[in-house]
Design a protein around this ligand. Structure first.
Ligand code: NAD
Length: 258
């Protein structure tokens, strides 16, 4: 079997949080194209359903939509239960849901701080832990978390201290889980994208004036596209990445090199 065939995900059961749109939807599409069955998990059930239907129609795989808030233990438990009822197992978890708030540190309320940490870091812990429990019992699996280049650098000029802190936390959480579960065949990696054109960035009015500034300093002179994150995630989800765990993949068009 050639390497491309070995990288296929036929029959694998995968959940994607924040899968209704943006990076989650794009990566879920790649997983479906590679043959996996999908659970599209999101706060926005209508969009999640549309995405799941699109994936089924275009790829002949099974895709379900699940409404869950990744910050709520009961939602995450119910999500796992539904996935196991429908698919019988869980091979890959893409813990990707996240938000950003641009607020100067001295003006940020504690509630605003906690909201970002809750979704971006606690939500990744809850979903990765829930997935890990199933995978440890099954004897293996692959978890991919979405961190950010903001876990490595302090973006300017926008003030986003809670986001930066949450993403640095995701990177270290990823490494910690990878080490704890390494001998039990559960691999844990994360991706750290640079600026990617999604609803989070393109549709945020406060970010519009900044995009031009970012592109001026970006070595590639542009933002990334969600589909430019697809192949690394397919690699991490599949069996050819069996020696890859505890790694953080910075995919930022060299933005963090400057
Ligand atoms: P997006 O806003 O387009 O999509 C995020 C999805 O997550 C939405 O469908 C939303 O409904 C869902 N979501 C939000 N809170 C949730 C919750 N509590 N429970 C379940 N679902 C929830 O964002 P995106 O740009 O696709 O970002 C996806 C991930 O990538 C985030 O973790 C983000 O921090 C990260 N990221 C984005 C960029 C970028 O430039 N877009 C760069 C680096 C990292």
């Amino acid at each position: 079997m050639g390497i491309i065939e070995k990288m296929r995900l036929d029959g694998k059961k995968i959940f994607v949080t924040g899968g209704a749109r943006g990076i989650g939807k794009s990566v879920a599409t790649a997983f479906a194209e590679a043959g996996a069955d999908l659970a599209i998990v999101d706060l926005d059930l209508d969009e999640a359903k549309k995405t799941a239907t699109e994936l089924e129609e275009n790829n002949g795989i099974k895709a379900i939509a699940i409404k869950a808030d990744v910050t709520k233990q009961e939602d995450v438990d119910a999500m796992i239960e539904e996935i196991l009822n429908v698919f019988g197992r869980l091979d890959v978890a893409f813990c990707n849901a996240g938000i950003c708030m641009n607020i100067p540190a001295e003006e940020m309320t504690y509630d605003q701080w906690k909201k970002v940490i809750d979704i971006n870091l606690n939500g990744v812990f809850l979903t990765a832990q829930a997935a890990g429990k199933v995978m440890l019992k099954q004897g293996g699996g692959s978890i991919i978390n979405t961190a950010s280049m903001s876990g490595h650098i302090v973006n300017v000029p926008q003030p986003q201290c809670s986001y930066n802190a949450s993403k640095a936390g995701v990177i270290q959480l990823t490494k910690s889980l990878a080490v704890e579960w390494a001998t039990r065949n559960v691999r844990v990696n994360c991706i750290s994208p640079g600026y990617i054109g999604t609803e989070l960035t393109l549709n945020s009015p406060s970010l519009q004036p900044l995009i031009e500034q970012w592109n001026k300093v970006a070595p590639l002179g542009r933002m990334g596209k969600p589909e430019e994150l697809q192949s690394i995630c397919v690699y991490l989800a599949g069996d050819t990445s069996s020696f890859t765990t505890g790694s953080d993949f910075v995919i930022d068009g060299a933005f963090t090199c400057i």
